[in-house]
Design a protein. Structure first.
Length: 202
């Protein structure tokens, strides 16, 4: 009796996005939306490593993928080196205060990113302080979303200090809109006496 031949494993789709797809990531790819793809921290890190060689990507959405420290480390490299990226959505992940530090380091070397969405993460007060430092030196960011990030009064006060320096011209910034939880908006408004210099969104 002849044995049953083992099933032939399916071939991977030629359109599958993996870090081992250099023809894709080195191509003229401009918009990549991988929202809700369950990448996880390791998967996100591998994919981001593949994007390090891309010089045309302008919009990247990695929201709701359970990204953590490792993915944030590679994101820092992309933010620091990309001259094309304009919009980065990292909302609804597991990014911590350390991720805030890494993103600050990337933003300190970037002058072209215009929108950074970090809503629904865990950056906390320390992460908010890191973002405040990034605001002081980054010349390109126009919109920053830090809502639902477990930020309390100390973090809001650090942001208020940075916004106050923008208002009086101590630092040069193009930041136009900052999204925070309502209590943090009140803290910033009070600390800056209602003259934050940017539009505050709750």
């Amino acid at each position: 009796m002849r044995g049953i031949a083992p099933a032939t494993p399916p071939r991977p789709s030629p359109n599958l996005l993996t870090p081992r797809s250099p023809s894709l990531f080195r191509s003229s790819l401009q918009n990549l939306n991988l929202r809700l793809n369950r990448l996880g921290d390791e998967g996100g890190k591998l994919l981001l490593e593949g994007l390090l060689e891309n010089s045309t990507l302008t919009q990247l959405n990695l929201s709701c993928n359970a990204l953590e420290f490792d993915a944030a480390t590679t994101t820092r490299q992309i933010v620091a080196t990309s001259t094309a990226l304009r919009n980065l959505d990292l909302s609804c992940n597991l990014l911590s205060e350390e991720a805030g530090r890494l993103l600050r380091e990337g933003l300190q070397q970037n002058g072209t990113l215009q929108s950074l969405q970090l809503a629904k993460n865990w950056v906390g007060n320390e992460g908010a302080a890191h973002m405040a430092e990034a605001i002081k030196v980054n010349a390109g960011l126009r919109f920053l979303d830090l809502s639902e990030n477990h930020i309390h009064e100390p973090g809001a006060e650090a942001l208020a200090e940075a916004l106050g320096e923008i208002k009086v011209g101590v630092i040069r910034s193009k930041l136009q809109k900052l999204k925070l939880d309502a209590p943090n908006v009140d803290t910033v408004q009070e600390a800056t006496e209602g003259r934050a210099g940017v539009e505050l969104i709750a």
